[in-house]
Write a protein that binds this ligand. Structure first.
Ligand SMILES: [Zn+2]
Length: 473
């Protein structure tokens, strides 16, 4: 283990244990402040944004000139500012899927030679509508690995650091990109994604990796599996946990840091090449959700208010739209992610980096909005209500239709054992007050919801919609 332990911080102001921090013992292979690998990159937020916009227009120009998919769709304006760029059409998931189906396997966007391809990733297809397919050449691959390596470095990974990767390395992007990024740093990767939880616990106790990577629900599942094996996660030696793929609450984050005696980090990433990582401050900062910063060289990101089509201001929600700056083999222009993020302007994070980003805690999907009893409801509204109640750690919700046709909403809430008896009433009241719906509440012990988390990289939704046969959302 090359990274020594020293220092630490208090997780919250509520007397939580000091969390050990991995200390850097070697200089980063990139600029730690700007997250840039390239020499002579700008140092200021404005300079980096100008550089990104210039590169984004180069991508647009090249696609408009000769790409079989984009050339017929693009008429570039004379101006080259950010507002003109916002005027270019977005690319939707359905268009990419249809293009891949019409010109298999990579779609007409991909004009690179197959001899240059180094690997292929597919989207999971869980949101319906089929798979997007992306080929990566050597430069594309390096750009992805480097952007992700920045985040792992910020999470404390160094050459030789043991990392338990609980995601399978398959044909979806997350596992193989994490693996490549960790190897770029020289980490000692325990690629355990294909094994059941008991074997992952065995790897934890045998090799004592300092960093654990997984979805929030899988981290819970692993903690439960540890306890089943008589292992206290707090003594497993994990100093840093990197999560991705699912929303979570501040309470959950604080509980995880306490349970594992580790610092929580988070990554947001998409196959279409937008990425954001928590800085060394971690995913929570002074008891509140921290910031995930965009590495500037990977993509030109936009956070757009869907109503006004204008950029979201600091602290506001918007849709993340990305134009990859290093995706030669399978290019994209203004991919509309349907991911709903909260924008964080450069300088708003306590780390002082000139890098804008998004609020930690996981992103929502614009497709996630539910219609319950005729009312449009966001899962985040339930999150705010439930997690606003002291002692509520985690929950799952379901909507079903009773025999008489009424729509019933049921919440299963994991409660702190000290406050479990008195939790159901306040949760019911908070949901009624903040969401405007009457719900049934069942309180269960911490860790109960982790038992049914499946193996593999499966994004577990808090919500199931049982109103339609076979539907999960
Ligand atoms: Zn920061």
């Amino acid at each position: 283990m090359s990274a020594a332990l020293r220092g630490g911080r208090s997780v919250t102001g509520s007397g939580a244990a000091e969390v050990p921090a991995l200390e850097p013992v070697a200089p980063a292979p990139f600029d730690e402040r700007t997250a840039c690998w390239g020499a002579s990159m700008p140092a200021s937020a404005e300079g980096l944004r100008e550089w990104q916009l210039r590169r984004a227009w180069e991508v647009a120009g090249s696609l408009a000139a000769s790409n079989p998919f984009y050339a017929p769709r693009l008429r570039l304006p004379a101006g080259r500012d950010a507002a003109s760029f916002r005027g270019l059409p977005v690319t939707g998931k359905e268009e990419v899927v249809a293009d891949c189906a019409a010109v298999p396997p990579y779609g007409s966007r991909t004009v690179s030679s197959p001899h240059d391809h180094r690997h292929v990733v597919e989207t999971s297809g869980t949101s319906g509508g089929g798979h997007e397919v992306y080929a990566l050449d050597a430069d594309d691959e390096l750009a992805v690995f480097r952007a992700a390596a920045v985040g792992f470095w910020w999470a404390g990974v160094r050459a030789g650091t043991g990392v338990l990767l609980t995601l399978p390395v398959g044909m979806t992007a997350a596992g193989i990109w994490y693996y490549g990024a960790l190897r770029t740093i020289g980490a000692n990767v325990l690629s355990a994604g294909a094994y059941p939880a008991t074997r992952k616990v065995a790897a934890l106790t045998r090799y004592r990796p300092r960093v654990l990577v997984g979805t929030p629900s899988y981290v819970d599942r692993l903690a439960a599996a540890c306890r089943d094996e008589g292992v206290d996660p707090a003594t497993a030696g994990v100093a840093s946990i990197v999560v991705a793929g699912e929303p979570y609450s501040v309470e959950w984050a604080i509980d995880v840091e306490r349970s594992w005696n580790a610092r929580l980090h988070e990554q947001y990433g998409s196959t279409e090449r937008v990425m954001a990582w928590s800085c060394p401050n971690g995913a929570i900062c002074d008891g509140a959700l921290g910031t995930l910063h965009f590495p500037p060289e990977l993509c030109y990101w936009e956070v757009i208010d869907p109503e006004t089509r204008e950029p979201a201001a600091d602290g506001e929600h918007g849709e993340l739209i990305c134009t990859p700056l290093a995706a030669e083999a399978s290019p994209l222009l203004r991919f509309a992610s349907r991911d709903r993020v909260r924008f964080v302007a450069a300088g708003s994070c306590a780390c002082g980096r000139p890098l804008p980003g998004i609020r930690a805690g996981g992103v929502e999907r614009y497709d996630d909005m539910m219609k319950i009893r005729g009312v449009n409801v966001w899962p985040a509204s339930f999150d705010a209500a439930v997690f606003g109640v002291s002692g509520a750690l985690n929950y799952r919700g379901s909507v079903r239709r009773a025999a008489d046709g009424r729509e019933l909403v049921e919440l299963v809430v994991e409660g702190d054992p000290r406050e479990r008896q008195s939790l159901a009433g306040p949760v019911r009241e908070a949901v009624h007050r903040l969401v405007g719906l009457a719900v049934e509440v069942t309180v269960v012990a911490p860790g109960s919801l982790a038992r049914d988390v499946p193996e593999g990289f499966v994004k577990v939704s808090r919500w199931t919609d049982q109103r339609r046969p076979g539907a999960t959302r």
